[in-house]
Design a protein around this ligand. Structure first.
Ligand SMILES: [Zn+2]
Length: 185
């Protein structure tokens, strides 16, 4: 006898047994379905302070609400990974920022030695200063006004935009993921 024939016989026997059990229990099933239907009808047509049908509608709306809340909690979109990236060492200073949607906000730099907030000097960018090249120095008052970093090319706004571009680059190239993974591990 082939393997397929044995499988067919086994399936046929199982199906016959299940069908037999269902046929045996049908009278009880009918009885129970009758009881349940009668109970539902009585419950719906009974006299309450509010109509049974109104209660049914309220229950239905509540059920839908619960399903929606559950779906929102269960399938709430996760925040993108880059939003965990909120600090990094760039140009010898520790820069920190926060995310407003997908834009960098509250960007500023801190001393890598003592974590003090750095102050800046972009007086070289003044229209009256033609002696120096445009640059912005970031200094730590806590470390004897040491210049922590100096960004050439423009004033404080230019320097912050340059850092934002560098942060975006590290996100695009996924360099930031190493930092995040180190923090998460
Ligand atoms: Zn310092």
């Amino acid at each position: 006898m082939s393997e397929n024939s044995i499988k067919l016989i086994a399936i046929g026997t199982t199906a016959s047994v299940i069908a037999g059990i269902i046929l045996l229990t049908i009278p009880q099933l009918r009885l129970w379905i009758g009881y349940i239907a009668t109970w539902i009808w009585t419950a719906l047509t009974a006299t309450y302070l509010v109509s049974g049908w109104l209660l049914l509608v309220v229950c239905f709306i509540t059920l839908i609400g619960m399903i929606l809340i559950f779906s929102y909690i269960r399938f709430k979109p996760r925040e993108p990974l880059f939003k965990l990236y909120t600090e990094d060492f760039i140009r010898s200073a520790l820069w920190r920022w926060s995310w407003a949607d997908s834009k960098i906000s509250n960007l500023w730099c801190y001393c890598p030695h003592c974590d003090a907030t750095l102050i800046y000097d972009d007086s070289s960018c003044s229209v009256y200063n033609r002696m120096e090249a445009n640059k912005t120095d970031f200094m730590c008052e806590n470390c004897s006004n040491t210049i922590i970093t100096s960004i050439e090319g423009g004033d404080k706004g230019y320097a912050c935009d340059l850092i934002k571009r560098e942060i975006s680059r590290r996100i695009r190239t996924k360099e930031y993921e190493r930092l995040i993974n180190k923090e998460l591990s």
